[in-house]
Structure formats: structure tokens, C-alpha cells
Design a protein around this ligand. Structure first.
Ligand SMILES: NC(=O)c1ccc[n+]([C@@H]2O[C@H](COP(=O)([O-])OP(=O)(O)OC[C@H]3O[C@@H](n4cnc5c(N)ncnc54)[C@H](OP(=O)(O)O)[C@@H]3O)[C@@H](O)[C@H]2O)c1
Length: 331
């Protein structure tokens, strides 16, 4: 499939950022929406920091390389950039799996990393910064999890507070002037997983705030870009919902969040029936280890993959449904 134009809201961290990474890795052009543009630019820079540039030697299966770039497998790599698997890497940047990495930047899985930065999972990162699951971090900083692999498509950070009508309108103007269409809208941004309160005693200001972002935000961004989606040959709207918004299994907690996701699901049903030719679905990413989900959930790449299943549906795929990992879940 040729490069698609995608917008992901709330994409400076968490599941949204990983959706951007996976779309870009597939070659799509992605507008990374962030209500704080600086945060969005930082997130996009992390994704694109060590993307391949300049001369690259394509050398699968080389036992030892010094400098240049490698895509494939190598037993020893010094300098340059490597994609693939290598048991020992010194300097530069690597994507893939490595048993030992010194310096440079690492995306993927490594049993031992010293210095530089690592995104992904490392059994023993030493020093520098790690973003991902680290079994034994020594020093440095740890924040988000599981981003693996460089983008192939373009990533454009944009200022997009979904609760701000002016931002939604500016997004539509940007899409119109730069691309003339939109293929994929992922309404991902959400706030207030208010497990601390019950429905009977809920602070309605919290509920209003949740609705401003989780429902009205998705609603107004969708309205703003609808003319651009109608110009796509394969338009998709994916509303990132939650099983917490399933009436069939509704609990007594998190009233602002739960009721907002019920409402988002209602929009999914209504848009699917109204917007013929656009596939519109709600997706639950599952319990995911993000700032919202907390520790213990599954990796962001799995949550994002659940969402991308609905993005990548064929034209005769389902619309107006509620899914997790490609399987229907009850409303
Ligand atoms: N994590 C889970 O276990 C789980 C389970 C089920 C469903 N979900 C759903 O998955 C989606 C992503 O969740 P997550 O876990 O990645 O959450 P997260 O880590 O809390 O990230 C939320 C993102 O939304 C952004 N955001 C909040 N309000 C916004 C606004 N008004 N405009 C634009 N962006 C805004 C945040 O930006 P800032 O950085 O500026 O705050 C952040 O980038 C949400 O729809 C959530 O309901 C998550």
C-alpha cells in the first residue's frame, strides 16, 4: 500500500506515540498530535533521531563490520548504524536485537547496553537513558516503554489540543494545504481514568473535563477533518475506547472515564451508520503499561497493534464495531 496520511491525537506519549511509530515504520506519513507542541517535537525527534541518512552499506550476514550502516546480521559492528541482529555493537545506532551494545543509541532488545540511549527492552542497561522495559537499569532515566525500530515514513508533530476548536480547524487547514486529504484518523487522546471516585459522588467538574477531551474533542476533530477523509480512497476512523466503557461489564468506579467512553462508542455507531464509505470502529487496546494504565499492563506495542488492526482493515472490513486484538467485545 502506498504511503497513507494519518493523524493520531494525544500522540506525544503512551499508546498514541507507539501508534505513530508503527504507522511510520510501515511507511505512512503521520501527523503526531500533541497539545504541547514542544512535547510532540521531542517525541517525534526520539522516533526519527537515528533514521538512516547518507551512505549505507547493505551487508546482511557480515561477520564483522567497521563503520557504515548494516541491515542484517553481524557478529561484531563498530560505528555506523545497524538494523537487525548483532551480538556485539560499539558506537552509533542500532535497531533490532543485540547481546552487547556500547555507546550510541539502541532501539530494540539488548541483553547489555552501556552508555548512549536505549528505546525498547534491555536486560542490563548501564548509564545513559533508557526508554522501555529494563530488567536492571544502572543510572540514567527511564520513561516510556517499548518503542522499537526507526520510522520509514515522515512524522510531523502538530499542536493539537483536541478540546480547542481552533486547533481542530488549523489541523484541517494543514491537511488541506499539505496533503489534500486524510486517510486515517485515530482519536486516541483521553484523560481522567478516575478510579478514585464513584458515580454517586463524582466531581462533575472532572466529568466535564473528561467529556471535553474524550468525547467532544474526538467529535470536533472528526468534524473538522471529515471533508479531508471523504477524499481518501480508503478512509478509516478509529476511536480508541476501553472495555471500561462497555455497558455489559460496567463497574461502579471511574465514572467520568467510563461514561465518556460509552459516549465515544455511541459516536462510533452513529458515524458508521451515517458515513458510508468510511470504516469507523471503536478499539480497546487492552490494559497497557502507560502513565494512564500504570505498571503491570502489557507493552505499548501490543496495545497499539490492537488499534492498528482497525486502521489496516480492508475496504470490505467491518464498521461500527467494538474490538480488542481484532476480536469483537460487547458494548
Ligand atoms: N493504558 C491503558 O491501559 C488503556 C486501557 C484502555 C484504553 N486506553 C485508551 O488508550 C488511549 C491512550 O491511553 P494511554 O494509556 O496512552 O494514555 P496516556 O499515557 O495518559 O496518554 C494520554 C495522551 O493523551 C494526551 N491528551 C490528554 N488530553 C489531551 C487533549 N485535550 N488534547 C490532546 N491530547 C491530549 C496526553 O497529552 P499530555 O502529555 O499533554 O498530557 C497524552 O499524550 C486513551 O484513549 C485511553 O483511554 C488505555
Amino acid at each position: 500500500m502506498s504511503s497513507r496520511i494519518a493523524v493520531v491525537t494525544g500522540a506525544n506519549r503512551g499508546i498514541g506515540l507507539e501508534i505513530v511509530r508503527q504507522l511510520a515504520a510501515a511507511g505512512d506519513t503521520v501527523l503526531l498530535g500533541s497539545r504541547d507542541l514542544t512535547k510532540g517535537q521531542t517525541a517525534a525527534a526520539h522516533l526519527t533521531a537515528a533514521a538512516p541518512r547518507g551512505d549505507a552499506a547493505r551487508s546482511p550476514g557480515a561477520p564483522q563490520l567497521g563503520g557504515g550502516a548494516i541491515r542484517g546480521e553481524a557478529t561484531h559492528v563498530e560505528g555506523g548504524a545497524t538494523w537487525g541482529e548483532a551480538p556485539h555493537i560499539e558506537g552509533a545506532a542500532t535497531w533490532g536485537e543485540a547481546t552487547h551494545v556500547e555507546g550510541g543509541a539502541m532501539w530494540g532488545e539488548a541483553t547489555h547496553v552501556e552508555g548512549g540511549a536505549t528505546w525498547g527492552e534491555a536486560a542490563r542497561p548501564h548509564g545513559a537513558a533508557t526508554r522501555g522495559g529494563a530488567a536492571q537499569p544502572d543510572g540514567g532515566a527511564t520513561d516510556f516503554r517499548g518503542s522499537v525500530g526507526p520510522p520509514q515514513g515522515e512524522v510531523h508533530p502538530i499542536e493539537l489540543d483536541v478540546a480547542n476548536p481552533a486547533h481542530a480547524e488549523a489541523l484541517a487547514r494543514t491537511l488541506e494545504s499539505r496533503f489534500g486529504r486524510l486517510d486515517i484518523l485515530v482519536n486516541n487522546a483521553a484523560i481522567h481514568y478516575d478510579t478514585w471516585q464513584s458515580a454517586s459522588g463524582a466531581d462533575l467538574d472532572v466529568v466535564r473535563e473528561a467529556f471535553e477531551t474524550n468525547v467532544l474533542g474526538a467529535w470536533q476533530v472528526t468534524q473538522a477533518v471529515l471533508p479531508l477523509l471523504r477524499r481518501s480512497e480508503h478512509p478509516r476512523i478509529v476511536n480508541v475506547s476501553s472495555e471500561a466503557g462497555s455497558l455489559a461489564s460496567m463497574g461502579p468506579w471511574a465514572p467520568a472515564y467510563n461514561v465518556s467512553k460509552v459516549s465515544l462508542n455511541a459516536l462510533t455507531v452513529m458515524w458508521a451508520k451515517e458515513l458510508r464509505g468510511i470504516l469507523v470502529n471503536s478499539v480497546c487496546p487492552g490494559w497497557v503499561a502507560t502513565d494512564m494504565g500504570g505498571p503491570g499492563g502489557r507493552p505499548v506495542r501490543e496495545g497499539a497493534a490492537s488499534v492498528l488492526w482497525a486502521v489496516n482493515l480492508p475496504d470490505d472490513g467491518p464498521t461500527g464495531g467494538f474490538y480488542r486484538d481484532g476480536h469483537p467485545i460487547p458494548w
